[in-house]
Ligand binder design. Structure first.
Ligand code: IPE
Ligand code: IPE
Ligand code: MG
Length: 251
């Protein structure tokens, strides 16, 4: 933790050694539209500003040696939004990949996409697939971007694939257990999130990580995503460190 404090002296007043570092933090990046509205600007301005929050959070997660970070960028239900907003978001994603590629390579960040990649416009999809391939052997930080992701849709897909295996005799009904279901999710080889943070003051999961969140600690921040900075992330980690996780047992 000393190297962390050297880079981030602001936190030296805290008992850093008492901080429990979760292996996997997932963030529901919410509030871009309201951030813009509060400034008399169009919603898309909030999305553009929101991208700027990502780099600082990513660097900070790396400093803290968090191994898995999931950022929910776009839900299956977000396709319902006006066309111009959706295409703005897709363009933003493309620009993000172009601008951040060097950072992924330099800091050995492995990119994974959770969600239906085939829903994403072909030009962006190709860039995403290339970066996924180029970073697949990196292990410093696993960055999962949830894109066209919905928890129920993920489960429906898993149940269909499991049914196919039963019908073809590859799997028997009695073999279905939590491991089998997990192995059919986008997060098959990713640990369940220890901590889920939602920004913008909404107290709901909105169809996020339905299966994976069974024992996640939840933290709700009132800060809109474009204003979310490492100090807000740190506050969530302080809360997380004080939680007693029992997983149904007794302490
Ligand atoms: C989160 O911000 C980004 C996406 C869902 C794509 P919103 O766009 O939901 O912003 P609010 O919640 O309307 O303020
Ligand atoms: C959830 O936020 C999706 C993302 C942040 C990417 P929404 O803004 O879509 O969720 P609701 O509509 O407030 O529940
Ligand atoms: Mg929202």
């Amino acid at each position: 933790m000393n190297s962390f404090l050297k880079r981030n002296p602001t936190y030296s007043k805290y008992d850093i050694d008492a901080l429990k570092i979760p292996s996997h933090v997932a963030i529901i990046m919410d509030g871009n539209g309201r951030w813009a509205k509060a400034r008399g600007k169009r919603r898309i301005h909030g999305h553009a500003q929101g991208v700027k929050s990502i780099r600082a959070i990513l660097d900070f997660a790396g400093d803290l040696k968090i191994t898995h970070l999931t950022l929910w960028a776009f839900s299956t239900d977000n396709w319902k939004r006006p066309k111009y907003e959706v295409s703005f978001l897709m363009n933003l994603l493309e620009k993000y990949i172009d601008n951040e590629k060097a950072n992924f390579m330099k800091n050995r960040i492995r990119l994974r996409i959770l969600g239906n990649l085939e829903d994403i416009p072909v030009k962006v999809r190709k860039k995403l697939k290339t970066l996924i391939e180029e970073t697949k052997d990196f292990d410093k930080l696993n960055l999962n971007i949830a894109l066209s992701y919905g928890g129920r849709e993920e489960l429906i897909g898993a149940f269909k694939n499991i049914s196919d295996k039963i019908v073809s005799g590859v799997l028997s009904r009695d073999e279905i257990d939590d491991h089998v279901i997990k192995s059919h999710l986008f997060t098959a080889d990713i640990p369940d999130p220890d901590l889920i943070i939602r920004t913008s003051g909404e107290f709901r999961l909105s169809n996020f990580f339905i299966w994976q969140s069974a024992y996640s600690e939840l933290f709700f921040s009132t800060v809109f995503w474009p204003d979310f900075r490492p100090e807000h992330f740190f506050e969530a980690l302080l809360h997380y460190s004080q939680r007693e996780r029992r997983f149904g047992g007794i302490q």
